[in-house]
Design a protein around this ligand. Sequence first.
Ligand code: ASP
Ligand code: MG
Length: 477
Amino acid sequence: MEKSKDALPQNTLVMKYGGTSVGTIAAMQSAVQIICETKAERENLVVVTSAISGATNLLIQSATDAAEGNGLTSEKAARELTLRHHEMIDKLIQDPNKWLQLKMDINRLLSDFTNLCQAIKILGELSPRALDTVSSLGERLAVRILAAAVESAGFPAKAVEASQIIITDDCFQNAAPDMKLTTARCEKVLAPLLNEGIVPIVTGFMGATPDGVITTLGRGGSDYSASILAVGLRATEVWIWTDVTGVMSADPRIIPQAKTIPYLSYKEVSEMAFYGAKVLHPKSVKPCVDNQIIMRICNTFYPKKAGTLLVDNSRTTDIGKIKAVTSANGYKLITVSGAGMDNGMNVSARIFAGFVEDGVNVSMVIESSSEQSLCFPVAIKDVNRVIKMLNQVLEKEISRKDIEEIQISDTVDIITVICPGLKTNPIVIAQVLNQIDSKGIRIKALSYGASDVSLNLIVASENTKESLKCIHELISQ
Ligand code: ASP
Ligand code: MG
């Protein structure tokens, strides 16, 4: 029986390339080779690409500077991005017609960018909507080159802008997909391409409102794009291609002995991503877990190495063994204290409500059992806002001296130790604390219990490296 053109293909694989995996000619060549080799084995392959490394930062900086009256950044960025993309086209595309078409497309998008920054400069204001239009340009440039390069290598491919497929709300910079609309678009736009044997190469990071206004899914959001498309296509696997070999037991730049973790549960990787291990976008994991989609993280530069396979929480291995240690950097510990705090004032409830109202993300809160003191780490960029909020919501208590002090610490970092089955293996906690103590490092705060797989410690920033190193020693034992 002949397949219907729009039928959803079976056994689809979505592969996502990060910025460094497409950031140079050599990286792009390696990505193309992997795509072609995979396509030769897998009938239904969809590729998602980020912008080339550094592009998104340049675009955002240009728009921000333009709003402040400085047009030089965007001029420089346009020159740099033209050069880098043109060089790639020169090396990767042989067909003269395609070469010309591609150069014209890139020039047109970059001239749109220059015009947009001009407009932002004249207005003196950068709206969230304009920022998404500018910041998503990097993916729109990269996708064209990658698709043309795959075609040049002999495999039919088509560049697709995700604004046609991933339909989101209008929460610019942090848009959420509408999965019903998105699934319908996957069926309408991507299924026919797959059924014709074409590899759709889709822009990561971006989506659009139902009216077609471009949105973005948050920094590093291309991983999330891959998961969203995988769900929409009922794909079986998502492979994230990056510049490290899977998820490592620590940041290899700090700890050269760090090694790839072969199996990691979804719960473990979520904790790691939340606490600063920049391997996966935190939102990219849940859609895959919920839909039983296998996730793998592999290295574009060592494609034969196995990388990390994410497994169902119930298939956790290595109970009671430390698997990784990571750090999230650049926080201040804020402590609210006062003898009158426990008088049924609901201080914590009001503080939490304030966080929600201000959109501030607080990843851990520690309260003393007397309820007379409460502390939490706040990202440095949010500290002023939080202090203002605390002074507002606690105004009465402060004036009555029920709250005596709001203290702000020096810069601290959050260290997260990943160990499955912590609750049944509390000895691990003792080992970690001993290890830190043996280096004479003082822990400023500690939280454990909310998750069975992670322990969080707060230390002064100057102690972070040493703490990571000595905890990592426990892994190799
Ligand atoms: N290019 C976007 C960023 O830099 C999205 C991504 O890389 O995943 O945030
Ligand atoms: Mg990333």
